[in-house]
Design a protein around this ligand. Structure first.
Ligand SMILES: [Zn+2]
Length: 73
């Protein structure tokens, strides 16, 4: 837990607080946190999507290469 000073009045607030305790001004770090969150989400998507395509491609290739299982009878 860290203390951040309010951009408006300079009051020290908890970094977990959404608004300043003194003047209700939104804590500056919040929009930054949102930006980081969006960036992380974008990065995760950029990693997950190719990985998903690769997995699907590998699976379909494997099923194509392998002969279909002959019936037991
Ligand atoms: Zn304030």
């Amino acid at each position: 837990m860290a203390l951040v000073s309010c951009k408006e009045c300079g009051t020290l607030n908890s970094s977990e607080a959404e608004n300043c305790l003194s003047c209700e001004y939104p804590i500056k770090g919040r929009s930054k946190t949102n930006l980081v969150k969006w960036f992380a989400l974008l990065l995760a998507l950029m990693l997950v999507i190719p990985l998903a395509f690769y997995t699907i491609q590998t699976l379909s290739t494997q099923t194509n290469v392998q002969p279909s299982v002959p019936p037991a009878k």
